[in-house]
Design a protein. Sequence first.
Length: 572
Amino acid sequence: MRIKTKLNLGVGLLFLLIIILSLLSAFYIYSIKKDTQNILKANYETLEYSRNMLLALDKIDENKPQSFAVFEANLKNQLSNITEIGEDKITYKLRDNFNFLKTNQSKDSIKSQIHQNIFEIMKLNMDAIKLKSDVAKKTSETANFWVILIGTLCFLIAFNLLVNLPNNIANPIKELTSSIQEIANKNYSERVHFLDHNEYGDLARSFNTMAEKLQEYHSSNLYKLSFEKKRLETLVNNMHDPIIGLDNQEVILFVNDEALKIIGLKQEDVIGKSAITLALENDLIRKLLDNIKGVQKAFPIKIFADGKESYFEKEVVNITIIPTGEEKTIDIGDVIILRNITIFKELDFAKTNFIATVSHELKTPIASIKMSLQLLEKEQTGNINEEQKQLIDSIKEDSQRLLKITGELLDISQLETGNIHLSMEKSNPYQIVNYAVDAVKIQAEQKEIELIVEADSDLPEIKADSEKTGWVLINFLTNAIRYSSENSKIVVQLKQEDNQVIFQVKDVGKGIDKRYKTKIFDKYFQIPGSNKSGTGLGLAISKEFIEAQNGTIGMESELGLGSTFYFKLNVV
């Protein structure tokens, strides 16, 4: 039988019995109520009238005239409430005797007959009350029997549904769920056995068919999967870059030969082991796991292996998948790739040393040129005409620019070799701003640019290298003057934010396209179409100087609306 049919029969029968029980209870309650009202109306009131007539008759003996009126009123009520067999004859006889008593009040025999008549009426009604009470009792017993019978049937049906229905529905679902979990765990030999010819039987047959097809498909592709796994292992092992694979619990799943060389361990000591446990004894693994889930910065890692120093750049690839039938992405692990950049690092060192050597060698002849220019400008050397003076000024300007370029090249070479020297001390931010503004004042006046300083009062001292911080601010101001139009304004702001002091330089120049915002602090980068007189190192050196002081540097700009360059340094 189908489950739907069982539910319809069980619940329908229970519903029908509840309706019958309700109707039967209402019928018997009405019957008992009717019997009770009949006793009260037909018999109880007669007894009440009889009692009042007896009391009035006793008062007639005491010669109270109003007693006749009371007796007559109750007698009249009794005449209209004759309900029992034989009650009418006795009542009419009582009426005749009372009429006779009204004319012969001294007759004691009449009074005695009236007493007798009243007692007969009372006895007749009391017998009727007993009989009607027995009828009501029998009605009540019948009602109890049927209510108990039908209520018991309802209880048995409901109890049967309560005990059997949940199990009939839940047990097959539970068994089916367990089988589905087994299939999900790749146990394709799992089967469901429902013998009933109902919906669950149809579901079991469909499930078993699916499991058979999955088992067949799995068996046919097992060799292919094994072959592809070996292919991937061979590919990973033959890569020249060290590679380490981790699951989401940071257990090492695979590691190629290049990675084993640099970490100095054997494969059996690594595969299946927790990377966190290995990091306690291996410094390189600890360094590779550092900030594995965070933002990766491209800092080269120096590793000494195979008797030589090598440089690697760490790249972490997070592996996520969307399980079949689901929508949410889950993290299943990470792959650490170490790219060998030793050759590039060596070229970079050679380039840096070359730049430093050339810059250093150029400073001497440039200084000699400047000294010669100073001698030429002196009157003792001789008079010069206007054309000669213009040539000297041009040579002076070019030598100054060359000196600035060589100075920036020396600074960047020092930064790249890690030879930057900072004199960190308590510094007054107001003095740094004033020093920078004074340094570029003449340059600003030449373009008639107004320099405005907006500084908060009572700013605390900062922990910084005053000279290099001032150099950065001068670089910001020089760039702002260079790219601002004449008769414009440049605002230098100085304010505190939390535990940092912010230095800002705002101009109203042509601004910077958003495509170049991420490259503006890169070495040798110059915005296309801008003045190419510089080296493109000023902002890169500024970034290194500020970050070396544990500060942050940045820029905000909109094309056509000017630019704002800023840096933040910690207070003491």
